[in-house]
Ligand binder design. Structure first.
Ligand code: TMP
Length: 214
């Protein structure tokens, strides 16, 4: 079972990932919770480069290839082995982030991005992608509060520092991409409390993995 979470900044992806991990474990599954960028040792190095506010001079293409490098390493070293061991894998962001951020956000061609993702994931696609949808203003406010709490405003804020219009393109891009990939995507309203959001997630998980198999 391979499940990914997507959404703009501040939608509560990390919280929902943890709640889902606990839920699947309560159903007797072994679960690996991981993330992109930064889910492998090499990926952690790439993550620092990608998100540092010192690196505002990264070109869109350089940024793209670093995300793809992170993904290729992560899939072969972490995700695929865990799936082969029979674990459920939950990943906080995955290939769709590239189509949406580098495509709808930075303006690179989405077809080309999808093709490069296919090369990077080498056949390992999630069975379900949960998009947490939230208005940009609320998301950015939540993300800023979280960053201040973590004391990371200076070093890991390259995307949060983008203009609101960028984040609006990301939100719209996600909704468009989810509609194109309806079979894999489910969209949850992320404006409620973590418990309210998780009720929706649980419903999608039950529907996709447990009810269909009855
Ligand atoms: P996060 O780990 O806090 O979600 O931050 C990762 C940032 O990287 C987020 O702003 C989205 C961005 N990103 C891309 O632009 N492309 C990608 O392929 C991925 C995985 C993330």
């Amino acid at each position: 079972m391979f499940i990914t979470f997507e959404g703009i900044e501040g939608t509560g992806k990390s919280t929902q990932c943890k709640l889902l991990k606990e839920y699947l474990e309560s159903r007797g599954m072994e679960v690996l919770l991981t993330c992109e960028p930064g889910g492998s040792r090499i990926g952690a190095e790439l993550r620092k480069m990608l998100l540092s506010t010192d690196n505002r001079d990264l070109t869109s293409l350089t940024e793209l290839f670093l995300y793809l490098a992170d993904r290729a390493q992560h899939i072969s070293e972490i995700v695929r082995p865990a799936l082969e061991e029979g674990k459920a894998v939950i990943c906080d962001r995955f290939a769709d982030s590239t189509v949406v951020y580098q495509g709808y956000g930075r303006g690179l061609d989405t077809k080309m991005l999808h093709h490069l993702n296919e090369v990077a994931v080498d056949g390992t696609w999630p069975e379900l992608t949960l998009l947490l949808d939230l208005d940009v203003e609320t998301g950015l406010k939540r993300a800023m509060t979280r960053n201040i709490q973590k004391g990371m405003t200076q070093k890991e804020g390259r995307f949060e520092a983008e203009h609101v219009s960028f984040h609006n393109r990301i939100r719209e891009g996600y909704l468009t991409w989810a509609a194109v990939n309806q079979k894999r995507f489910k969209v949850a309203d992320a404006s409620g409390t973590p418990e309210q959001v998780f009720e929706q997630i649980k419903h999608f998980i039950e529907q996709r993995f447990f009810e269909e198999n009855k």
